[in-house]
Design a protein around this ligand. Structure first.
Ligand code: TXA
Ligand code: MG
Length: 349
């Protein structure tokens, strides 16, 4: 299959190219598209064959459900059993935007799309090209992140191309995304709204709209016997090719420790990468150092995270040492991704 890449100018895709992408999705094909969080790999959410193609292209286990992307609230009403007042209030507050809600599904969405579950994940993305595509196709689009399963999520069209060239029909290229980590997932199918995946919208922000909200106990790492409820959060994910270790603690001690690690890895003949904050980037001796952004600029760190991990894949380092990042605000979502990429290898100093 030849993968066509349609590039946007001023956030708009050429009319004929958009028409082609719409024809592809309506005929059960696959179209990758930008959202504000990461690129998605889209297929018609009501077409079981399209969902099967998504799993095949990504190499993703078919019990890991997809998120249904919509452009109108009425589409949510169309596919769920019952629209709770919480769902209305959260949509009012955060849609279009980086929030995914989980509700009980009706039979308009096939089990192929929900990985066999009776619930469905739904989100209204906030990106001009995604919105244009969803509105003009009048399609509900099932889309996981547009990466090969196990690789970091794509934040540019090139990342999508690197992973999926020859496996999907079309890539809509809208340049680099704005947020860089996936949406917050909130489960509304049970008594108390529960965060299944932290993201740009925080628990506190959600709680201000709907009252008490809890964090999925499976996400708290001290409790390794409880499995995360979102199937996708159970896998080792976002993985760079090199072995990644996070070094956490007081800033100066972290720098000293990473320098020791660089020295001993280099002596063993290993190629070393370092993920550094902007403030510390000149403190490291040896190794390939990439700055991920200033310490207090969480938005920038989120935007750069997956790109940095992919850049280290390209430069073929054997090991990566990363500073830990502040866990207030969206720092929690950033560290959640980084810890998974590291397979929980953390050194406290
Ligand atoms: O920001 C995002 O959410 C991006 C963009 C493209 O919208 N999409 C994304 O999709 O991150 P994906 O497939 O990579 O992650 C979806 C996550 C998985 O962890 C999956 O297990 C979980 O959502 N999920 C989907 N439906 C679910 C359901 N019914 N119950 C529990 N977890 C669900
Ligand atoms: Mg993903």
């Amino acid at each position: 299959m030849i993968t066509k890449v349609y590039k946007a100018f001023n956030d708009k895709i050429d009319k004929h190219e958009m028409e082609d992408a719409i024809a592809v999705i309506k005929n059960g094909g696959l179209v990758a598209f930008p959202t504000e969080t990461v690129y998605g790999l889209g297929g018609d959410a009501t077409n079981p064959e399209a969902s099967k193609k998504i799993y095949a292209a990504k190499g993703r286990p078919s019990d890991n459900p997809l998120i249904v992307h919509i452009a109108h609230f009425s589409q949510l009403e169309d596919i769920v059993e019952n629209v709770s007042s919480e769902a209305r209030a959260l949509a009012e507050a955060f849609w279009p935007g980086p929030l995914t809600m989980i509700l009980k599904k009706n039979d308009k969405i096939p089990y192929e799309t929900t990985g066999g579950l009776d619930t469905v994940a739904i989100r209204m993305p906030n990106h001009p090209i995604a919105i244009q595509f969803l509105k003009e196709s009048d399609c509900m689009v099932a889309a996981p992140s547009a990466n090969l399963s196990g690789r970091p999520s794509p934040t540019t069209a090139k990342h999508v191309y690197d992973d999926l060239d020859g496996k999907i029909d079309v890539i809509l290229d809208g340049g680099a995304v704005e947020i860089g980590i996936e949406s917050t997932i909130v489960d509304l199918s049970e008594e108390i709204p529960t965060i299944l995946r932290p993201g740009y919208i925080t628990l506190d922000e959600i709680s201000r709209v709907v009252g008490p909200v809890k964090m999925d106990p499976g996400l708290v790492k001290e409790d390794e016997n409880v499995r995360p409820k979102a199937p996708g959060m159970r896998y080792r994910h976002y993985a760079p090719r090199a072995e990644l270790t996070i070094i956490e603690g007081e800033d100066k001690k972290v720098v000293v420790k990473i320098n020791e690690l660089i020295e001993s890895a280099t002596q063993k003949g290993q190629k070393v990468g370092v993920i550094s904050t902007e403030e510390n980037k000149d403190c490291y001796i040896g190794g390939e150092v990439i700055s991920i952004g200033k310490k207090d600029d969480e938005d920038e760190i989120a935007r750069q995270l997956y790109k940095v991990l992919r850049d280290f894949d390209d430069s073929n380092v054997d090991v990566i040492y990363s500073e830990g990042f502040d866990t207030s605000g969206i720092g929690g979502a950033i560290m959640n991704r980084l810890i998974k990429a590291a397979g929980h290898r953390i050194i406290e100093v």
